[in-house]
Ligand binder design. Structure first.
Ligand SMILES: Nc1ncnc2c1ncn2[C@@H]1O[C@H](COP(=O)(O)OP(=O)(O)OP(=O)(O)O)[C@@H](O)[C@H]1O
Ligand SMILES: [Mg+2]
Length: 479
């Protein structure tokens, strides 16, 4: 019997020095081949990352992320208190009942990790007794554990929590494809609920359809288009500090609606500075509070007329009316809410009350009658008076750009999306136009509006000015 190689014996009795020497070339060849494969993979990965980032993501990035997620899941659950248990958490010890954390925790199941162009999605299946809240709070911990830009947690389906994993911030590019934007829809048309042809063409005779109220205004961080849709959310509140991108966002929306059978009304009590570029396409423009009060009163009268019309036809909203009787939808844009609410003297008070009461009535009555309100402001606070919370309650769509004070963030998002408050406070002031916004299927999401240069906006407005509908009791700004 051949003696075992010293050191290997007796566990490997057949392994001798000669044998090892005879394997050596094979081992060396295997090591060289392995090394070459690794080098080739690294080179291919680097090249792909530069030339075809999406392919790189599916071939290399995503499998790595999935491995990291699976490997860290246990630790993450233990550290972030995401575990459940199938044992009682109380035990009788002599005459005492002792309560404590179970030693044998059960992990929630991390399933369906799927690659997406923006990163990945996954589903967590909860154990009976678990609630989504700790998972929402652990979003930041997940992002750190997996080395990704952000993890969004959506907990609206019972018994499960959906994760949207974003590998990078797609919103920080300098300019969001604006050049091709003014004349046609960018990216996937199918993803948008708008008319197939966005090109600016006469639509004066066309009767509005619900899809006309959806304005594609930019890009969301999950790669989808950011659509402000007045059918899903009839009224919107936009807050943002000065120079954060409120007017830019309004411009993007107006440029979409301008080409469709939609009446636009401007309330700009900063003397008309903000909405002046839209004037030719507006059906009315208020540049001070007195005008605002009059215009809003005329619009309340118009909603009452529409109510009568709906009653006559037995319709519950304007979309149920026969096309030839259907009134044109109206979008009222208020730029700088504070100018309506805050008063300097007693004399201003009555006017402010008239304007804000009519605005609130419009928001309460308008949704079904095709009158929509978009309210923008640098700040919203309790110092505006009790009327402002009543108004906010009607504004279901929320957009929070970068703001300077916590109260405004909480007023904008805190009541509907408490977990969005942090995200809004972290908006980078260096990148303009980023917002945290209502998203129908995801609760809230970050997004960035397209930027239209003043020339691009002017071109859209000039090309659509003749489409401005006349509204009863209102005079267009140019008349
Ligand atoms: N989405 C965006 N992409 C690129 N740049 C943007 C974007 N939004 C805003 N900006 C830049 O920021 C500037 C200020 O934006 P904007 O005028 O919309 O701010 P604002 O919130 O209306 O400010 P104010 O309260 O003073 O009226 C714009 O002129 C533009 O240069
Ligand atoms: Mg502005």
């Amino acid at each position: 019997m051949t003696p075992g190689f010293p050191g290997f014996a007796p566990e490997f009795p057949g392994v001798t020095l000669e044998r090892i020497q005879s394997w050596l070339p094979t081992i060396v060849t295997a090591a060289v081949v392995l090394g070459a494969v690794i080098v080739a993979l690294v080179v291919v990965s680097r090249l792909l990352r530069r030339l075809a980032p999406r392919v790189h993501w599916y071939l290399f990035g995503f499998p790595l992320l999935r491995t990291r997620m699976r490997r860290s899941w246990r630790h993450l659950c233990l550290n972030a208190d995401l575990t459940g248990t199938d044992r009682p958490t109380t035990e009788q010890l002599g005459p005492l009942l002792v309560r404590g954390r179970p030693i044998m925790p059960v992990l929630p199941l991390l399933r369906r990790i799927r690659p997406r162009s923006f990163g990945a999605t996954a589903v967590i299946l909860l154990h009976p007794g678990q609630v989504p809240e700790p998972f929402v709070n652990a979003a930041e911990a997940m992002a750190h554990a997996w080395g990704v830009h952000a993890v969004r947690v959506d907990a609206r389906r019972r018994g499960r929590v959906r994760l949207t994993i974003l590998t990078a911030d797609p919103l920080t590019a300098k300019r969001t494809e604006a050049a091709t934007w003014a004349t046609g829809p960018p990216l996937k048309e199918a993803a948008m609920t708008s008319r197939p042809s966005e090109a600016i063409e006469p639509l004066a005779s066309a009767v509005a359809v619900p899809a006309d109220l959806a304005a594609d205004v930019g890009q969301r961080e999950d790669g989808q288009r950011w659509v402000v849709d007045l059918v899903t959310f009839p009224h919107w509140l936009i807050t943002g500090a000065t120079q954060s991108g409120k007017s830019t966002l309004i411009n993007a929306a107006v440029a979409r609606w301008a080409a469709r059978p939609v009446a636009l009304v401007g309330i700009d009590c900063k003397g008309g500075m903000e909405l002046a570029p839209h004037a030719p396409r507006l059906s009315a423009l208020a540049t001070d509070r007195a005008e605002a009060a009059d215009i809003l009163a005329a619009l309340v009268a118009e909603t009452q007329r529409r109510m009568g019309l709906c009653r006559q036809h037995g319709a519950r909203n304007i979309w149920q009316l026969p096309p030839d009787a259907r009134p044109v939808p109206v979008v009222v844009i208020v730029d700088e809410l504070a100018e309506l609410y805050l008063v300097a003297s007693r004399a201003d008070k009555d006017e402010a009350l008239r304007a804000t009461t009519n605005l609130l009535r419009l928001a309460q009555l308008g949704a079904a009658l095709g009158v929509h309100v978009i309210v923008a402001g640098q700040r919203v606070g309790s110092d505006f008076g009790p009327g402002v919370t009543a108004l906010r309650a009607q504004l279901a769509g929320r957009i929070c750009l970068r703001v300077n004070d916590e109260e405004t963030v909480k007023m904008t998002l805190g009541d509907l999306y408490p977990d969005a408050v942090d995200a809004a406070q972290q908006i980078d002031p260096a990148v303009k136009g980023i917002a945290v916004t209502t998203a129908d299927e995801a609760g809230w999401i970050r997004a960035r509006s397209v930027y239209l240069s003043p020339e691009e906006l002017a071109a859209v407005i000039a090309a659509t000015a003749h489409l401005a509908p006349r509204l009863p009791g209102l005079t267009p700004p140019d008349a």
